[in-house]
Ligand binder design. Structure first.
Ligand code: NAD
Length: 265
């Protein structure tokens, strides 16, 4: 991998959690980092800490301001901002729309702005923080699972379409990571995510290993590749196992709250 020194990097949702860890890691490698977050104070705190520049606001519209803040060029864009929305089809329209907007469309809108520049100048790097929920599924959370599958599909499409034109794409798919998002995942998170949760810095390490190897799929949590392979080769056995997990979740929720409703993350 070429040196990142003085390259321009944008990380969305970098006011904390995985995004902040990615921003710190790129800065440690000598990159100039634009720290984006909806929460301006958190973006500014991380930018100050790493000697970067804060570009607060919505991840969907950050590219022009970030490009200007970085002196005219973005070499790497980390589409990391995401929201965890629980429930199934009964979840509110607004919650489904927000999940699509942040988890998928912010990637599409950023790519729309980035690609003309990258294609003209011979390349760029697009990092999508997806989730293992985009390869597998997350019990209790249909909007999250569905939109993370879509984010993975978009990242794959970008790689398929632009690989030969100098554009590197990475899809980062961890299981549980110890961040504010994990804290809010309730009983489903306690059951599925927390026992094997890793640190945000582990996710940054896994991304950098994948960048060095020019590898698309980034699986920071041990064992994810094996489950993904089992799903592909034996979908009914995998679905049966996941349904047993769902039943376990329902009985845990019933024990704790007297009802299986409200089990979503
Ligand atoms: N924590 C986990 O267990 C886990 C596992 C797999 C994948 N992920 C994914 O990793 C990414 C980062 O998650 P995290 O765990 O660090 O979460 P987090 O909630 O700790 O941080 C997310 C940050 O994104 C910001 N944000 C939300 N919407 C935004 C928007 N529209 N524009 C700009 N900023 C916005 C929030 O203010 C917050 O600071 C997400 O895409 C998430 O889905 C997290």
């Amino acid at each position: 991998m070429e040196s990142l020194r003085d390259t321009g990097v944008v990380v969305t949702g970098a006011g904390g959690g995985i995004g902040a860890a990615l921003a710190r890691r790129f800065a440690a490698e000598g990159a100039r980092v634009a720290v984006n977050d909806l929460d301006a104070a958190r973006a500014e705190a991380v930018a100050r800490e790493i000697g970067g520049v804060a570009v607060p606001g919505d991840a969907s519209t950050v590219v022009p301001d970030a490009r200007a803040a970085l002196g005219g060029r973005i070499d790497t864009f980390c589409a990391n901002a995401g929201i965890a929305t629980g429930g199934g089809p009964e979840a509110d329209e607004e919650n489904w729309a927000a999940a699509w907007d942040v988890n998928v469309m912010s990637h599409v809108r950023a790519a729309r702005e980035l690609l003309p520049h990258w294609l003209e100048s011979g390349g760029g790097r697009f990092v999508a923080t997806v989730s293992a929920a985009g390869l597998l599924t997350m019990v209790g959370s249909a909007p999250y699972s569905v939109t993370k599958h879509a984010a993975l599909a978009f990242a794959e499409w970008l790689s398929v379409t632009y690989r030969h034109r100098g554009i590197a794409v990475h899809a980062v798919c961890p299981q549980g990571v110890r961040t504010g998002m994990l804290d809010g995942t309730g009983v489903a998170g306690d059951l599925v995510l927390k026992p094997t949760a890793i640190e945000p810095e582990d996710v940054a390490d896994a991304l950098f290993a994948a960048m060095a190897e020019d590898r698309f799929l980034v699986l920071p949590t041990e064992g994810t590749a094996e489950i993904y392979a089992a799903r592909a080769t034996g979908p009914d056995a995998w679905l049966g196992g996941m349904n047993r997990l769902q039943q376990k979740l329902e009985s845990l929720v019933a024990q704790q709250a007297g009802s299986p409703e409200g089990s979503a993350i």
